[in-house]
Design a protein around this ligand. Sequence first.
Ligand code: 4AD
Ligand code: MG
Length: 462
Amino acid sequence: MVRSTVKELINSKDFDRDVLLKGWVRTRRGNNRVAFIAVNDGTSIHNIQVVADMESFPESVMKRVTTGSSIAVKGKLVQSPGKGQNVEIQAGKIEILGDSNPETYPLQKKGHSFEFLREIAHLRMRSNTFGAVFRIRHAAAFAIHKYFNDKGFYYLHTPIITASDAEGAGAMFRVTTLDLENLPRDEQGQIDYQEDFFGRSTNLTVSGQLEGELGALALSAIYTFGPTFRAENSNTPRHVAEFWMIEPEMAFYDIHDNMDLAEEFLKFLISYILENCRDDLDFLNQMVDKGLLDRLGFILENRFERTTYTEAIEILRKSGQKFEFPVEWGLDLQAEHERYLVEKHYKRPVILTDYPNEIKAFYMKQNDDGRTVRAMDVLFPQIGEIIGGSQREEIYEKLVGRMQQMNIPEKELWWYLETRKFGTVVHSGFGLGFERFLMFITGMSNIRDVIPFPRTPKNAEF
Ligand code: 4AD
Ligand code: MG
């Protein structure tokens, strides 16, 4: 007999037929006449109830039906008389697939903190909350590919191992096969990377953008969607050392086209999840964040506010609000500032543009004022910065000038610079932090709880 999933069965109206179910026991209640076993196989936030007549099954089997054990049930799918479910299975045959000791099974019924669940990340996906989060994560990844594919963008695989620092921020993890106990040295006593695997020093990528630009300047519009790595020592609820980023890059787009795309893209993803993950969202709205559904609806209904960094600094200075970090033209905005603008001042998502060049990467299009660049950050409620992007500097001399000011070696990025020599065009792109987006769409307040196995300072378990 073909196995049916919980998802198929609970939505079925085809009653009184024999079915085969396999899954894990969530709870068991009952008495010495009848057992009610809630089974979940991860395909739905809902469990299916299995009703077992104690007389029909040997005691040796029934005593092994405990929280956490895995079972196979053959039985009849019937309309349920009890409240809280539409269908149940009247068990005809129960087979124990894997035992679980209820005394030592770490995932007990309810009330575990998210902190504790992080310590049992190998099992937390079996809980309601994390089942919902990771089903939504899948749906969001699928929706991203759908959105760009339908729009004619090409999915470009940019390298994970690179020799360049795309953001010029220096927060990189080194990749090496050198013997750390016995490093080769050159005449000056420096480490000799010519001896290393690639014959030069390499690191894990912080962004696929630079290679993404090469793609856009050939295929018109591309996107990357892959893991990125940052060795920033920031222990915040919004940072992980390994995160996934979506980076579209478009030839012939200026910053306004770029902002339009970012807004349309985010709204599409939210609509898609609302349409396709309704049960999981309802659960999260009820159990994790009561304002979640309202907030998602609100984003869809409102146009994102667009204003400049300079204007934002004015607003923050006049706000009379006490901030932990200083507000001053030229300083980067902190999450508290971003959230004030979004949640208190504009009360909607905000796209800030034209940041000081000193706090942004070398590749951004320089404005005529000589001190700002055509950057755009999208700021969201609860999250702060969810997207960072810009129009790119397409003029060779200006780009080289900026690289010299910032001490970025031209000879390492010769290939990037060549695109500005041969058929350069206006182009733009941005990066959406996948986990930041997932925090927003699930209402989870710590980024460690939207990625299956988070990598953070001093933590690489699992
Ligand atoms: O603003 P960032 O650093 O921009 C770039 O990397 C550009 N190359 C993107 C582009 O224009 N193609 O990062 C983009 C986004 C941020 O807005 C944030 O959502 C996310 O990536 N992000 C992180 N997410 C989790 N943990 C971290 N440590 C993150 N750093 C950035
Ligand atoms: Mg940024």
